[in-house]
Design a protein. Structure first.
Length: 95
């Protein structure tokens, strides 16, 4: 794998990290990489680069949308450094 080819990140690793840092009451991590084949940041493997996170956490209470997204991005920064190219975040109401 060349240095410019993104590595594959696993959805379970993202899920574990978000569980540990944000203690969500609801969490769904979807790997949408296959739908982005050929796009910037794709690794040619069809997985591990483009994700959607649906999450609810008490830590979001009273915070703006930007602040909520920043908490998620800060939690998964190490995966961004490893090849996670795109992260769509949907903050949902507490179930």
């Amino acid at each position: 794998m060349s240095a410019s080819t993104p590595q594959a990140v696993r959805s379970s690793d993202i899920e574990d990290r978000l569980q540990a840092t944000l203690k969500p009451s609801f969490l769904q991590v979807l790997d949408e990489s296959a739908a982005h084949a050929g796009h910037a940041g794709a690794n040619g493997q069809g997985h591990g680069t483009h994700f959607r996170v649906r999450i609810a956490s008490e830590q979001f209470a009273g915070k703006s949308r930007v602040a909520r997204h920043r908490l998620v991005y800060d939690s998964v920064q190490k995966f961004m450094d490893q090849g996670l190219h795109a992260l769509a975040i949907e903050v949902v109401e507490q179930p």
